[in-house]
Design a protein. Structure first.
Length: 114
């Protein structure tokens, strides 16, 4: 089932507690659920005057799951960072899915052993 922003906004307050537990476990154990890396790719044309039958004239935009975006926003907020400073999608050999992974690795590397 795909969760939407409306699901989050209209959910029972217990969901916030459960999401908090989930996100804390992700940070503590350093394991991101596979579903956080899933998405729907939408092709967007680069140049309207260009060849619309050529795949070179398109770029993909990925619609990411709401929970992974929420987790990313929480990490960015906690670290007082802006996602624009951490763009991965337009770099060679990189993708947007590297952002949550990079943040998580930085978070777990900075934690003191317990």
């Amino acid at each position: 089932m795909t969760h939407t922003v409306e699901h989050m906004q209209n959910s029972h307050p217990l969901l916030l507690v459960l999401l908090s537990l989930l996100f804390n476990m992700i940070i503590r154990h350093g394991i991101i659920p596979d579903d956080f890396g899933q998405g729907i790719i939408i092709p967007v044309i680069k140049n309207n005057e260009g060849n619309k039958t050529s795949s070179d004239n398109y770029r993909g935009i990925t619609l990411s799951p709401v929970l992974s975006k929420l987790f990313e926003m929480i990490l960015l907020n906690d670290w007082n960072l802006e996602s624009d400073t951490l763009r991965f999608g337009f770099k060679k050999k990189s993708s947007c899915s590297h952002l949550p992974y990079g943040l998580l690795m930085s978070t777990t590397a900075n934690q003191a052993p317990q």
